[in-house]
Design a protein around this ligand. Structure first.
Ligand code: BGC
Length: 781
């Protein structure tokens, strides 16, 4: 098995949609599903998406209420410029399994190139060899290209290559499954302009409601053609090139494509049409191979820090690389967009951004690509005005409430019990700011954007919760939904209260630091958001008094106030085909029972484990594990990480297995709608935070590495402040090497190490050998 590639040796149309998601390409700006250039295959889902490019539509509620979001947003399937159709003496070359021989397809994680080759058996015993390479550029964010090469094996005659820009595109319609489809009208675009200039086609469209412009251009490099026809219809613009061929002669055909779309937060990159025309021309001038080699350098830098090597398990190694590759393909790399739940690989969840970004994707990039994390957080900063507006709408006099699901910053979740009620999104963003700042030391970001996010979210918590006399004056947050979507609208969700406290405390501590270090910026900020002098102290007081439901009898943290009183779910009486439960039971039935869709308390125990003993984590894990269905793909990775922490290495490994190949092996049965980005990030976290036990507490890096029995060794790199270290874990121990930087201090299995240049250090794997001091971890509860 080549662990750097995803390969397919047979043309199997039965799993076409799933394969189209797996073979999808993207660069965080735009993405293409892995469809065949020829099209025309039944069941295929064509998909060209621009991250953050969307249409709005009115959400129709048969029974509405105050504050329900009025507008939905859906990432649009835009014009398809990939289409290339081939005819041999008038016979179309189709992806028909009966006529295709020597089929091979692969996606290379080191170049990002999707290659496909086959021999087409045409009628009359003629055969043609076709090889297609396609690339989406990581360096030129608007650009992609296709190199199409055709060789008649045993006939002379006429070959025609028709290259189109299909201007008619639409999204999938809503389905019974709430995770797929949209309610968009069929046509979302008005045509602004279409045309041809030489061998370049272009089209400009504008969305009807959101008013965003998208332009696309497709230029062609062709040699040896005997003619070229242009047609322009309602559905597409097309150039047909004719070639006179003899056996063995190869026609090389290249198509250079660029997309440019506006977003409501940032506009476009200049005039979209001028941009795409300029970009296609520049790319064509450089040539296909240059685009590939630029990608190769980009990705080799990526793998240098983000690559994780496992020695002893190719199957998992491939899964891990595949997931890391899709992450870099999907994540927005400027502050105008984030990362959709399915990346740019499909239409599941309508291209919306969720907490998946802050709690999964950012942690997975935190120690390898902090620049990406900063961009993602800056995107949230740009959403602050919308979040403030939403807080006012929700009845809060100050502060900001970020949207549970969104593209442009406004809330567009139509089901509030599992949408707006997930207030924890505010704390998720705040904790991501904290981790980013502490790992990078990026004071500039903190002062420019981070502090404002922290202050506004802290104010919101203070206003959302209340001190309850019945609870001895403790601070309670009522009527919220935590991460587990099989429980809704509860009081004192443990995760929410935990993350809110962190948000309140950190906002207070940053306020105090700014008072000392940058009072000018602080007073600017205070003025900008009208912050009263008594407010920061109030944040601290609310955090200190935060209430956490605890079951004394079992010694576990309760997911919420009601959890202990709920009925048990009849797991043994639930048939296998009833999972995921959300497709078979009314939400109220689920809400009434002790059954979890995904990690909730266990997630808080991982994220904020500085306040809690390992024994407590173990009791919580043992209690919640049998109640958790993992119907959400965001769950198994968290259970793997926590299992590692408490020494359940076999369980950690099993959960990791499930996470690593979720999409490759289609564990959820819905990879056809797009890959599961948060889970992919979770796979990376299983290694870094799970097996290697990496944590950072207030800027101090700690590791507790373990070696799963099935592996000989594994290694990865960590960027921390200005340093880069390599962590290599094998049977002999953990070898820590400082690769960049002068010195770095860290704690490995309780032992403080000072790493210096040319002085690698080895720490035994067995914690008993290092006599790790047991820290007092119980915080203020
Ligand atoms: C999960 C959410 C998640 C969303 C998008 C849902 O199934 O329950 O936690 O944010 O999917 O990935």
């Amino acid at each position: 098995m080549n662990t750097w590639k995803l390969e397919e040796h047979e043309l199997d149309l039965s799993n076409l949609r799933k394969q189209e998601s797996l073979f999808a390409q993207g660069n965080g700006y735009f993405g293409w599903r892995g469809t065949f250039e020829e099209g025309g295959v039944p069941n295929s889902l064509e998909g060209c998406y621009l991250n953050g490019f969307y249409e709005t539509f009115p959400i129709k509620y048969p029974e509405t209420a105050y504050g329900y979001p009025g507008q939905g947003q859906t990432m649009l399937n835009v014009m398809n410029a990939k289409t290339i159709r081939l005819e041999a003496d008038g016979e179309p070359v189709r992806m028909d399994p009966d006529k295709i021989r020597e089929y091979h397809r692969e996606l290379d994680f080191r170049t990002g190139v999707l290659s496909r080759s086959f021999v087409f058996a045409a009628s009359g015993g003629k055969s043609i060899r076709v090889a297609v390479r396609r690339v989406v550029s990581f360096v030129r964010k608007h650009c992609g290209a296709i190199a199409f090469s055709v060789t008649p094996i045993d006939f002379s005659g006429k070959l025609t290559i028709m290259s189109a820009l299909d201007t008619k595109s639409s999204n999938q319609n809503a389905d019974k499954d709430p995770r797929i489809g949209t309610h968009l009208p069929e046509n979302c675009f008005e045509r602004i302009e279409t045309g041809r200039n030489g061998n370049t086609l272009h089209a400009v469209q504008r969305t009807i409601r959101s008013g965003l412009t998208v332009a696309c251009a497709a230029g062609h490099t062709v040699t040896g053609e005997s003619g070229c026809d242009y047609t322009c219809g309602e559905q597409s613009l097309e150039l047909a090139f004719a070639f006179d061929c003899v056996p063995g002669s190869t026609v090389e055909f290249e198509k250079y494509i660029a997309y440019c779309g506006e977003t409501s937060l940032c506009g476009g990159d200049g005039d979209p049409l001028t941009t795409v025309l300029g970009e296609t021309e520049a790319a064509a001038r450089e040539g296909f191979d240059v685009l590939v080699s630029e990608n190769e350098s980009y990705l080799s830098r990526y793998w240098e820090t983000a690559g994780i090597e496992i020695n002893g398990d190719d199957y998992l190694q491939q899964g891990l690389r595949f997931n890391s590759f899709h992450l870099i393909q999907s994540v927005g790399k400027d502050s105008c967009r984030s990362v959709a739940a399915k990346g740019l690989t499909g239409e599941g969840y309508e291209g919306h951004y969720f907490w998946d970004t802050e709690i999964y994707v950012i942690p997975s990039f935190l120690y390898s690509n902090p620049e990406i994390c900063r961009n993602l957080l800056e995107y949230r900063y740009q959403c602050l005005p919308a979040a403030r507006e939403r807080a006012r709408e929700m009845g809060h006099k100050n502060g900001a409430l970020f949207a549970w699901r969104t593209i442009n910053g406004a809330e567009c979740s139509a089901y509030f019990p599992a949408g707006t009620a997930q207030y924890h999104i505010n704390g998720d963003i705040a904790v991501a700011v904290k981790n980013y700042v502490q790992v990078t030391g990026d004071a500039g970001f903190l002062e420019e954007c981070g502090a404002e996010i922290l202050f506004e979210t802290a104010r919101f918590w203070r206003d959302l919760g209340n001190y309850s006399e019945e609870r001895n004056g403790m601070f309670c947050i009522n009527c919220v939904t935590g991460p587990d979507e099989y429980t809704a609208l509860v009081n004192n969700n443990f995760y929410t209260n935990r993350i809110a406290r962190e948000n309140l405390w950190y906002a207070h501590s940053i306020y105090t630091k700014l008072e000392e270090k940058n009072p000018r910026r602080l007073s600017e900020l205070r003025e900008k958001i009208g912050l009263g002098p008594e407010e920061p102290q109030e944040w601290k007081r609310a955090g200190d008094a935060m209430f956490f439901p605890y079951d004394e009898k079992r010694g576990v943290f309760l997911q919420d106030d009601s959890f202990a009183y709920k009925a048990d779910w009849d797991f043994s009486g639930t048939p296998k085909e009833h999972y995921p439960l959300l497709l078979h039971y009314h939400p109220l039935v689920l809400y009434r029972h002790r059954v979890l869709k995904q990690a909730d308390t266990v997630l808080a125990d991982f994220m904020l484990d500085q306040y809690i003993s390992d024994d407590q984590i173990k009791r919580d894990f043992d209690y919640y594990e049998p109640l958790t269905t993992h119907d959400s793909s965001l769950s198994v990775c968290i259970y793997s990480i926590v299992a590692s922490r408490i020494g359940y290495l076999d369980k950690a490994y099993d959960y990791f297995l499930r996470s690593a190949r979720t999409d490759l092996d289609d564990h959820k049965g819905n990879t056809k709608d797009g890959v599961h980005i948060a889970n992919m990030a979770g796979t990376v976290m299983c290694i870094i935070n799970g097996f290697a036990g990496v944590r950072q507490y207030d800027g101090r890096l700690e590791l507790r590495p373990l070696l799963p029995g099935k592996w000989k060794s594994y290694k990865f790199r960590l960027r921390f402040r200005r340093c880069l270290i390599e962590v290599a874990i094998a049977g002999e121990g953990v070898l820590l090497t400082l690769l960049t930087g002068k010195e770095m201090s860290l704690v490995c299995w309780g032992r403080t190490l000072e790493l210096t240049e040319n002085n690698p250090q080895m720490v035994p794997l067995n914690p008993a050998d290092t006599a790790a001091p047991k820290e007092e971890r119980i915080g203020i509860l």
